[in-house]
Design a protein around this ligand. Structure first.
Ligand SMILES: Cc1ncc(COP(=O)(O)O)c(C=O)c1O
Length: 376
């Protein structure tokens, strides 16, 4: 954001002008969904669930057909109760949103005013900063050496005007994670006035015992919010539903600005059903656990550098400059073969592509296409 631009006289302008900073925001770029010449490309560009969604969730979604004329429950009570029971949380401390994206936006809006700053990692998920800039706050990017969040670097960015820290664990687009001991160390070093948001969108895919999504800290801390989504493990990205677990005071403050009907009846019902479908969740995790190491090993064999230790349903693939083939060229080549992956250049990772772990034939198609590309 151009902080130094002279203030505009918006009242004297010949047309309505957005408030300062808005037009400097880079709009969110979603993963590509189309490949020319392919009616159904292999879409590995948005970290969706390769297995689709739970049949139980689909049936619940269909049941909403009879209720299209009715406003949804503004408290989202059925999913509130289900999440509270499943994770042993106090229902009144839950915030539901149109995806966890909306929970981030609500937190930014609640805590940031012009002159404040938000701190995140260098490769932090784009939605964090978009929401902070919209509040005319400064965004501070802490270096992530080795593509990993570094607590000391985050702390170096914090000052008296820091109101919020966003930390996706595991991260997107890096796929890396930090242990709970580091999260605790970060929390202990923060003033109690700073909100620490732990985004667990991919937390379910992290199987190492040293991983913890932070709920155990959030239960007792007065400044920690943990978010989760139904878009990834549960495969409900289209329905836009996510949640946050916050201290009661934060949940109550957020509730004052939340749009009253921000999650739909279909989303609430499908999310309850998805949460109860443990078979689907298990199958989704197994798919990732089988193919993540396979992809890592195969891509490594092509002289590509898979960023180590992905704890997510995707891998971040580096194209070494010495290989003479760039990530941008690879993205175009893969699309010509009907395989869509995600460029990471907007995160400053020009030499990397991010690929979602797909079904067996999709993963094999990705590796074959990349092998052909590297041979060229
Ligand atoms: C790190 C991270 N957090 C949050 C989200 C947003 O998820 P939702 O679909 O719940 O808005 C994503 C989506 O890709 C993500 O990658």
């Amino acid at each position: 954001m151009s902080q130094d631009a002279p203030p505009l006289d918006r009242a004297a302008a010949t047309r309505p002008l957005p408030k300062p900073g808005i037009l400097d925001i880079h709009p969110y770029v979603p993963g590509k969904a189309k490949a020319e010449g392919f009616a159904q490309p292999i879409k590995l560009s948005a970290n969706e669930n390769a297995l689709g969604s739970s049949p139980m969730a689909q049936a619940a979604f269909e049941s909403a057909e009879q209720s299209l004329h009715i406003y949804p429950d503004p408290r989202a009570s059925i999913i509130r109760t289900a999440v509270a029971e499943r994770y042993r949380l106090e229902p009144e401390r839950l915030i539901f949103g149109c995806g966890s994206d909306e929970v981030f936006q609500l937190l930014n809006q609640t805590f940031l005013e012009p002159g404040d700053n938000m701190v995140q990692g260098q490769y932090g998920f784009a939605a964090f900063a978009i929401g902070a800039y919209a509040c005319q706050a400064e965004v501070r990017f802490a270096p992530e050496p080795g593509y990993r969040i570094d607590v000391d670097e985050l702390l170096k960015c914090v000052d008296a005007r820091t109101r919020i820290i966003f930390l996706a664990n595991p991260g997107n687009p890096t796929g890396t994670w930090i242990p709970f001991s580091e999260i605790r160390r970060l929390h202990e070093a923060l003033a109690p006035s700073v909100v620490l948001v732990l985004d667990g969108a991919y937390g379910e895919f992290a199987s190492d015992p040293a991983f913890n999504d932070g709920l155990d800290l959030a239960r007792t801390a007065s400044n920690v919010v943990v978010t989760h989504t139904f878009s990834k493990l549960h495969g409900l990205a289209a329905l836009r539903i996510g949640w946050g677990y916050a201290p009661a005071e934060i949940a109550a403050a957020v509730d004052r600005i939340r749009l009253p009907f921000n999650t739909s009846i279909a989303a609430q019902r499908a999310a309850v059903a998805a949460l109860g479908d443990e078979d689907f969740q298990r199958a989704s995790l197994e798919l990732v656990e089988i193919w993540r190491p396979w992809l890592t090993q195969q891509l490594g064999g092509l002289s590509l550098e898979v960023v180590g230790g992905s704890a997510t349903n995707f891998v971040l693939v580096g194209f070494p400059r010495t290989a003479g083939r760039t990530a941008a060229e690879a993205e175009v080549f893969l699309a010509s073969r009907g395989v869509l992956v995600r460029s990471a250049h907007l995160y400053g990772l020009e030499d990397h592509l991010r690929a979602t772990i797909g079904l067996e034939d999709q993963n094999r198609a990705l590796v074959e296409a990349l092998a052909d590309f590297m041979k060229q």
